[in-house]
Design a protein around this ligand. Sequence first.
Ligand code: NOJ
Length: 734
Amino acid sequence: MGKFIDELMEKMTIEEKIGQLNLVTAGEATTGSVVSTDVESKIKAGNIGGIFSMTSPSRIRKAQELAVNQSRLKIPIIFGMDVIHGYKTIFPIPLGLAATWDMNLIQKTARVAATEASADGLNWTFSPMVDISRDARWGRISEGSGEDTYLSSRIAKEMVLGYQGDDLSKNNTLMACVKHFALYGAAESGRDYNTTDMSLHRMYNEYLPPYKAALDAGAMSVMTSFNDINGVPASANHWLLTDLLRKDWKFNGLVVTDYTAVNELIDHGLGDLQKVSELSLKAGVDMDMVGEGFLTTLKKSLDEGKVSEEEINRACRYVLEAKYRLGLFEDPFKYCDEDRAKKELLTPAHLKLAREAAGKSFVLLKNVNHTLPLKKQGTVAVIGPLANTGANMPGTWSVSADLENTQSLVEGMRSVLGDKVDIVTHLGANLTDDPALQERSTMFGRTIPRDNRSFEAIIAEALEVSKNAEVIVAALGESSEMSGESSSLTDLNIPESQKRLLEALVKTGKPVVLVLFAGRPLTLTWEQEHVPAILNVWFGGTETGKAVADVLFGDVNPSGKLPATFPQNVGQLPMYYSQKNTGRPLAKSAWFQKFRSNYLDVSNEPLYPFGFGLSYTEFEYSPLKLEKATINKSDKLRITVQVKNNGQYNGEEVVQLYIQDLVASQTRPVKELKGFQKVWIEKGKSKTVAFEISEEDLKFYNQKLDFISEPGKFKVYIGTNSRDVQEAEFELID
Ligand code: NOJ
């Protein structure tokens, strides 16, 4: 590769090199071409390195032809897109996928996404998003794997392996792009794009590992984030992009900015377009997404001695290497196979996987009196603004989804249940009382019809429709665009309009099942107290409706576990289980003690802890068995626990292992996830689940940022969630 690129770069003018750093959208295509006339002339002039959000082999072929037939050096273009949780076959939103805790499955979903997207002409995806988030006000918590460092790191790896496979140059793989580097999920106040200010200690121990895990798995590109980090925005942050990423982590792939992030440095207050482009290039950015700051100013900066030719060469080389790795120099049209596009999208196998993934992502939050599963008989009323909207099922960041042809919840349920169950349905309530908020929350074709009559009239009609039903399924919560980018919220309750409906449904005395759509943890204290069954379904993707039917009617036993803490109220945020103890912790049984760390008005407990999720069956954990009480640094400690399925259904359980370092040279979290296993256990049967702990699991970054372990006592906890655990102690000795 080196020689090929050296020779190519020798032929390139400085303008052509800068052209490679330019990633553009196709622009509104005018007559005759697949790109705008402006883009067409830039391709011919060698001023474009990549295009994003253009799909279909025929269009991509035409654009590629412009590059390889009409530009001087015939350098192919790279084609990227946001393939986040599926391409045409849409899987659950990433937070939902994380709730499956099923690594194999997650890798398979990324594999399918890569197969479909590459069949449609693409070779680069802007995924995985691995930003840790502990503040559910931030709408983009939906796009990541939640609050936990270990779980997110495991998932990051699987996603990369799924996208890139074992050979990036194959025509059915995509180059992964880990984003948003870095710390985007720690935006102050949960407001999107907001500042992040964080100690290095927290950064290294809690926020950076998932990005590193994606790179260790081989991710060949990185996207810089929009946010400010300790005074220097990520897209101009030399420490982040060069000292950490290139020098410490030895990353040798491509660094691209987020959308117009270079230009946004102007509003961050770093200077004019020429200045911020210079800063960004020098910091370590290779490719400028959409803003054309690089294209329009770098030559001038070079002439004025503000940037060097070496800096431009470095960036250009990384872009060309990415193209080389994808095999584009060998065959620029390798992703342009019309036949594949016809055969490999939305296949029955892909849809089957989507249905399985959705069913596994659902988290059963409450189920009293065996309300669930339901019997396949009689009449079921499915009521609520999320009942009849196919367009909202894929969830946020599913730009390539076919919204028109996605089944709604009711359609999906009907297709599974056939004549066995009579499903009646009604809107029941508007998504929110505020039409303007509804409009902001249903953008990009995810419309939900509004009924402009009084809420009393709408509810009365819904009750009339439900009159003969034995059970009511309340399909409530968020619309898909209530989470995702630029969708932060300060109120995490189910909107008032829907709450009134839910109250009225509960009042009927019929069993009510809340099927909750959500892109983030919501605050559900009223619901937890009053509704007999709550199934959190996030946004399950293309097969949501069928998968909900599978779970509600017992063909699938729910096994999802929360990848993020659900608070009691928004005032508890940011909230996460792996907190520090403080010098004044609360006594275990108390919820308020004067001069202790707590609130006057609400306990410190979450509503549902991290890792929580019920099943139709019950799992019982035996006390832990440790093979020994001490380990040295080269030892492994084997820990076993017996898990018994004591209930009436076969089912899967996610057995979770947490560690606590009891005494250390610096404060350590009260618990940290360090292992988990998802096991299938038949009713009445037991399984012994074994874990091994080694020194590696006990390490942390100290104040000097050395990754070390310290001898001393540790606790190990194993259980069904981060709260309900069995515990034991062991010691690490030198
Ligand atoms: C902005 C988003 O922050 C990022 O996640 C996405 O990949 C780009 N836009 C491109 O669409």
